[in-house]
Design a protein around this ligand. Structure first.
Ligand code: ADP
Length: 191
C-alpha cells in the first residue's frame, strides 16, 4: 500500500488537488478536517467537542484524529493506498502515524507539500468563506489563529520529514489551479 501525506498551510490547495491524485493512483483521500466537519454536522458528541476548538482556529486533541486515521486504515479496502490531507498536523501525530504504519508492516511513501505565503492564506480563505460558509473561515482573527497554529505546531513536521528523505515540495503560488495540479501530479510521477 502507498501512504502519501498532502501537506501545506491552510488554504494551500490540499483539498483542491487531492481528488486528481487520489483518482490517478487509486488512493482513498482522507481529510481529517472534512471528517470532523461531518461529525459536527451529525451532532455527535465528538463533533460537539471538536466544534468549539475548530471554530476558534485551534487543533482538536491528537488522540481524536489518530483514532480516525487508524479506523480508516482498518476499514477501507479495495484501494492501492491512502492520501492523508490535514493529518498529521503535530509532531505527536506524525510519530503516532509512524507507529500505526509500523504495526501494519507498512511505511510512509512520501510527503507532498504545497507551499504558499501567509498573505495568500488570508486571501484564499477569505474568498473560500464566501463560497463554503465554514465557521472557521469567517473572520481574519480566526484565520490568524490557524496560521499561528500552523507555524507553531505543524511547520516543524517539515524538518521531521526532511530527516527521513521523504519530503517533497511544490510551489502553490503563483500559479493557476491547473498549473499547481500539474506540478503536484508531475512530482508524484517521479516518486
Ligand atoms: P484547512 O486545511 O483549511 O486548515 P481543514 O479542513 O484541514 O482545513 O481543518 C479544519 C480544522 O479541523 C483545523 O483548523 C483543526 O481545528 C481541525 N483539524 C483537522 N485536522 C486536524 C488534525 N490532524 N489535528 C488536529 N486538528 C485537526
Amino acid at each position: 500500500m502507498k501512504y502519501y501525506i498532502l501537506f501545506g498551510p491552510p488554504g494551500a490547495g490540499k483539498g483542491t488537488h487531492a481528488g486528481a491524485l487520489a483518482e490517478r493512483y487509486n488512493l482513498k483521500h482522507i481529510s481529517t478536517g472534512a471528517l470532523l466537519r461531518a461529525e459536527i454536522a451529525a451532532g455527535t458528541p465528538l463533533g460537539m467537542q471538536a466544534k468549539a476548538l475548530i471554530d476558534d482556529g485551534r487543533l482538536v486533541p491528537d488522540e481524536v484524529v489518530e483514532g480516525m486515521i487508524e479506523n480508516a486504515f482498518n476499514t477501507i479496502k479495495d484501494v492501492d493506498g491512502f492520501l492523508l490531507d490535514g493529518f498529521p498536523r503535530t509532531l505527536p501525530q506524525a510519530e503516532a502515524l509512524d507507529s500505526i504504519l509500523a504495526a501494519r508492516g507498512e511505511e510512509l511513501t512520501a510527503v507532498v507539500s504545497i507551499m504558499i505565503p501567509d498573505e495568500v492564506v488570508y486571501d484564499r480563505i477569505a474568498g473560500r468563506a464566501l463560497v463554503e460558509g465554514r465557521a472557521d473561515d469567517a473572520s481574519p482573527e480566526i484565520i490568524g489563529h490557524r496560521i499561528e497554529t500552523y507555524h507553531a505546531q505543524t511547520e516543524p513536521l517539515i524538518e521531521y520529514y526532511k530527516g527521513s528523505g521523504k519530503y517533497h515540495e511544490v510551489c502553490g503560488h503563483p500559479g493557476t489551479i491547473e498549473e499547481v495540479r500539474e506540478r503536484v501530479l508531475s512530482l508524484v510521477e517521479t516518486l
